[in-house]
Design a protein around this ligand. Sequence first.
Ligand code: NAD
Length: 441
Amino acid sequence: MSRIAVFGTGYLGATHAACMAELGHEVLGVDVDPAKLAKLEAGEVPFYEPGLDDVLKRNVENGRLRFTASYEEAAAFADIHFIGVGTPQKKGEFAADLRYVDAVVETLAPLLDRPAVIFGKSTVPVGTAKRLGERARALAPAGNDVEVAWNPEFLREGYAVADTLHPDRMVLGIDPESPGRAEEVARVVYAQLLEEGIPFIVTDLATSELVKTAANAFLATKISFINAMAEVCEAADADVTVLADAIGHDARIGRRFLNAGIGFGGGCLPKDIRAFMARAGEIGADEALTFLREVDNINMRRRTRMVDAVREATGGSLLGTRVAVLGAAFKPNSDDVRDSPALNIAGQIQLQGASVVVFDPQAIMNSRALFPTLEYAYSALDACERADIVLVLTEWQEFRELDPQALAPVVKNKVILDGRNCLDPQRWRRAGWTYRGLGRR
Ligand code: NAD
């Protein structure tokens, strides 16, 4: 079993650290946020991720998983290091902000006096791994015995544990000019996964970085494609959900990621496609990715479209209306509200004079921190109290199962707008509600 340090203990890093311990390794999680570390040390997950609590608690208790703020401790403890810090969008431009990834290498490398492998997991612009490798070798007392390899992460929030322990595939980028021990080390770390027969693709650094951004660009494009079809369906009085089912039967197309609605958000897709465009420009390939600008435009237009639809449904003005918003997280089974379409729409509606009450099963705390001026409720029913209109903006199972009969006496007007096309229109209409989905009659 290996000794591993994981730098950054957010959604990616905490999950990776806990799952590596679950595989039997000894793991030290490193972060700069003392509040986060305190929770993790106590065996508590500082965010909502189904199933992660158990894995974390079990491995903290059995002593395989510890946390620290000390890079010195990490460098002394492990010779295998994973970078899982954030790579957010830079303020005011499309490019990724690499300061956190750089900081890990700048702080860690000078402490490496034995051979070591640093695996990057954060999503980075192509070319970053090569640059970091050169920097690490220049800074480390162990010099050329320090390697940087890239091992992009594909986990989905809401399924992070299963995706880490049973991924669809693993990708490893190594420096073809000096292929050191990275592949051999990765094969030991991921031995159990490899035994399961999970595809393991070993390639050069640049390809490994691009696999991640290409995958996200593809998914974003698929979502924006169906949302563009939703716009056409609205204009043609057609139904995008039927269209999606019908084209989805074609195995070359597939039904997944064809749910029209208010579009994608979160801490990954929006910033990743923008960073991809920015990087393509820097390396002289910008024409290849101009379509992503349209993908981004279509996506952002969905939010405006939803606000317009709410205004239309409330008689042309939002002033003085009471709007119940069900869902704040960017997707169900997560408390992540980074660039969440739901919260963004709630904020825009409030700006137009409505009083907005938001409920989300897990994301209230994060939402309050980001949008303190919105009103928050502690149940769907509370949020809907005297509402002129109810909006479903995140497709939590709890909202899919809402009983239109039970909700009817609570609201002022039985009007529901389904921003995720996740409800059964017939069921709501039969109960006397005015139901409207996006991209359908
Ligand atoms: P996050 O913001 O939840 O976590 C980042 C963590 O890094 C924070 O806890 C922060 O305190 C810590 N940190 C910052 N600087 C540090 C430093 N110098 N040393 C140690 N820790 C430091 O972000 P996240 O969602 O976990 O994303 C991390 C990376 O993984 C990003 O590049 C993201 O694109 C990528 N990724 C995320 C997901 C996902 O679903 N969240 C999936 C795949 C890839």
